[in-house]
Design a protein around this ligand. Structure first.
Ligand code: HEC
Length: 166
């Protein structure tokens, strides 16, 4: 009898110890890998960007510049929103910015994404870049030189052009 009680106590203790650990692990693995398909699945299915906030300072169907859409919707996930609001200086690990690019006739042409992934590309702000077409086909991913080169104009703002982080 005493042994059973002892066992129960040990078991309860183990559970109390392991539960937070497993929850923490689940939280850390929630973000997608630095892979175009995984990121696309994440922002369209797991945590659909269409439900996120618009990037502060932007409006729906804002007018954009080359090479991006004539009209754009720019969305930020919670981590990115917080960094902009807090003027954090840089985007934190896991921050995502999604920009829908529309043609002048309001037809979606492509979606471009910035994803902060710690350790992915320390030479250029640790971002994974992604571009896919209206048909969901991935057109560029990873560390495309054109994306990085042009966004380097905003290096002091952690490569983000549209919202000040400081
Ligand atoms: C020739 C310059 C240029 C190139 C190349 C470029 N961008 Fe941009 N990007 C911009 C500008 C300028 C903006 C601000 C929005 C606008 O005016 O169109 C922007 C905005 C963005 C944003 C919204 C967040 C922010 O920085 O404000 C994302 C996401 C983005 N670009 C992704 C990409 C990806 C992915 C690529 C490569 C496939 C790319 N960009 C290539 C110039 C560029």
């Amino acid at each position: 009898m005493r042994k059973a009680i002892y066992q129960a106590i040990v078991l309860a203790g183990l559970c109390a110890l392991l539960l937070p650990v497993s929850l923490m692990a689940a939280d850390m693995t929630k973000m997608p890998a630095a892979d175009g398909q995984a990121l696309q699945d994440y922002i369209t299915k797991t945590d659909p960007y269409a439900k996120w906030d618009l990037m502060p300072g932007t409006t729906k169907m804002r007018q954009g510049k080359e090479p991006h859409g004539a009209l754009q919707n720019v969305y930020v996930n919670k981590a990115a929103l917080k960094a902009i609001k807090d003027k954090a200086g840089a985007m934190p690990d896991g921050a995502i910015v999604v920009k829908e690019n529309y043609m002048a006739d309001k037809k979606l042409s492509s979606v471009t994404v910035l994803y902060k992934k710690k350790g992915f590309n320390p030479e250029a702000g640790d971002y994974m870049w992604l571009k896919y077409g209206a048909d969901m086909k991935i057109l560029a991913q990873g560390k495309p030189a054109p994306c990085i080169q042009c966004h380097t104009q905003a290096k002091a703002n952690d490569y983000v052009i549209l919202a000040p982080l400081k």
